[in-house]
Structure formats: structure tokens, C-alpha cells
Design a protein around this ligand. Structure first.
Ligand SMILES: Nc1ncnc2c1ncn2[C@@H]1O[C@H](COP(=O)(O)OP(=O)(O)O)[C@@H](O)[C@H]1O
Ligand SMILES: [Mg+2]
Length: 230
């Protein structure tokens, strides 16, 4: 579904991604872990085309999409749940979903996303800015689903959420996976990432410093202490 090959990304002279490679297979959840400032969001931005990598390739569904504007990648089936949610706070839930809808023929409709998030159905006519953090996060995911993606890039979906909502988020991610979605999941919540991911990578200073099955990371005290502060 997604292959990132030796990606190098800069902000001006600041060398942030220093050769990142990874793959996400169909219906797979791949977790990216790492402390703040290590390049996780930059990786997401480089994949979807917000920031152009200086070197390396991004392949999506077998096509080289390196340098494509993000709307073309979205048209090809890439969805983004950005860090910090970034819903339109002055629009209602329904309006947020309506403006995100793309094309026809996809299987996600407003009805279907509201089935997935019953809480959003109750709040359908509320302005997004009035929702709780957890509800806004659900809306950010619902909005991304409205583009009918095959691959979802999720950037810290549990950031700032209460433990109960973190668990709910785990359920949602597992549900999306069983529906066939592929997910690249940036997470700082290790237990959640380990619960839903098929494979995990640890990012430190723009490089992947550990890759394994989730259980192997859980058991690796040295990596957890050194790169995740646990
Ligand atoms: N727009 C930007 N311009 C310059 N530097 C940036 C920008 N965005 C992020 N950075 C820097 O790039 C590094 C990686 O940031 P980021 O990818 O946001 O990390 P993470 O998502 O892992 O917290 C940090 O040192 C950050 O300060
Ligand atoms: Mg980030």
C-alpha cells in the first residue's frame, strides 16, 4: 500500500528526516513511536506532500507519488488525521463532514461515519469548536474517512485524551483495520500502539532506530528507556 524509501527532509538548512524507509501493507497498522521533535509529523508531511523531501521516494499503491501535491494523493486514496485535529471550529459536525466528502463511488457516507461514531450523531448540529477534545478527534477521523481512503495517516490521535477515550480510539482503529484500511499510526501512547499495530518503528532524530513486532518492543527495556523515556 505504502512504501517510503530513504526519505530525507529539511526545513531550510535544518536536516530533519535523515533517511527513513518503511512499508505499510494492505490492512496493516504500522506504528511510529518516538519522543517529541524526533520527526514523526515531518514524516507524515513528507508522505502526503505538505513538505517535499529533498531525497528519497514515496510509493503509494505502486505509484511513485514523490512531489505530488497532497490533493492528488488524497484523490488516489490517502487520508490524513492531522496532529491537533484541525477541524473547522465554526462549522457544525455535519458541515465538517460535508466539506470533506470527495467524489462518488466510495463506501463512506455521512450516515456510515455517524454509525461508527454514535457520539457525533448526537452532536451533528453542534459547532465543532464546542465539542470535547475526544469528540473533535473522532470528527477528525470521520472527516478523513469521508475522502474514502485506503490508507490513513494518523498523527497522535490520542494526544490529550482521557484514558477512557484512548481505549475507545483503540477500538476505532482496530475496527477500521478489520474493514480493510491500512494505517500509519504515529503514537506516543505505547500500550495503545502495541495493542493495534502489526509492526512498530521507533524514530529518533529523524532516523528509525528500532523496528520490530509490537511484543518485541514491549519486552525491550533498553529501547523503551533510551528512545521513549519509559
Ligand atoms: N515548519 C517547521 N520549520 C522548521 N522546523 C520545523 C518545522 N516543523 C518542525 N520542525 C522541527 O523539526 C523537528 C521534527 O519535528 P516534528 O516532525 O514535528 O517532530 P514530532 O512530530 O516527532 O514531534 C523538530 O526539531 C522541529 O522543531
Ligand atoms: Mg508531531
Amino acid at each position: 500500500m505504502l512504501e517510503v524509501r530513504d526519505l530525507h527532509t529539511y526545513y531550510g538548512e535544518s536536516y530533519v528526516l535523515q533517511g527513513v524507509s518503511l512499508r505499510v501493507e494492505k490492512s496493516q497498522v504500522v506504528g511510529i513511536l518516538g519522543r517529541n521533535g524526533m520527526g514523526k509529523t515531518t514524516l507524515i508531511r513528507s508522505i502526503i506532500g505538505f513538505t517535499l523531501p529533498r531525497r528519497g521516494q514515496v510509493l503509494f499503491k505502486g505509484r511513485d507519488i514523490t512531489g505530488w501535491p497532497s490533493y492528488r494523493s488524497v484523490d488516489l486514496g490517502m487520508g490524513l488525521v492531522p496532529q491537533g485535529r484541525r477541524v473547522f471550529s465554526s462549522l457544525t459536525v455535519i458541515e465538517n463532514l460535508t466539506v470533506a466528502a470527495r467524489g462518488t463511488g466510495g463506501s463512506w457516507t455521512i450516515e456510515r461515519v455517524l454509525d461508527l461514531f454514535p457520539r457525533l450523531r448526537e452532536r451533528a448540529e453542534h459547532r465543532a469548536g464546542k465539542l470535547s477534545g475526544g469528540e473533535q478527534q473522532m470528527l477528525a477521523i470521520a472527516r478523513a474517512l469521508m475522502t474514502n481512503p485506503d490508507l490513513l495517516l494518523m498523527d497522535e490521535p490520542t494526544e490529550g485524551l482521557a484514558p477512557l477515550l484512548v481505549r475507545e480510539m483503540g477500538r476505532v482503529i482496530a475496527d477500521l483495520k478489520t474493514r480493510g484500511l491500512s494505517i500509519l499510526l504515529v503514537e506516543q501512547n505505547l500500550p495503545l500502539a502495541l495493542k493495534v499495530a502489526d509492526h512498530v518503528h521507533v524514530l529518533s532524530r529523524g532516523r528509525i532506530v528500532h523496528s520490530s513486532a509490537p511484543q518485541a518492543l514491549w519486552a525491550n527495556e533498553e529501547i523503551k528507556a533510551r528512545y521513549l523515556g519509559l
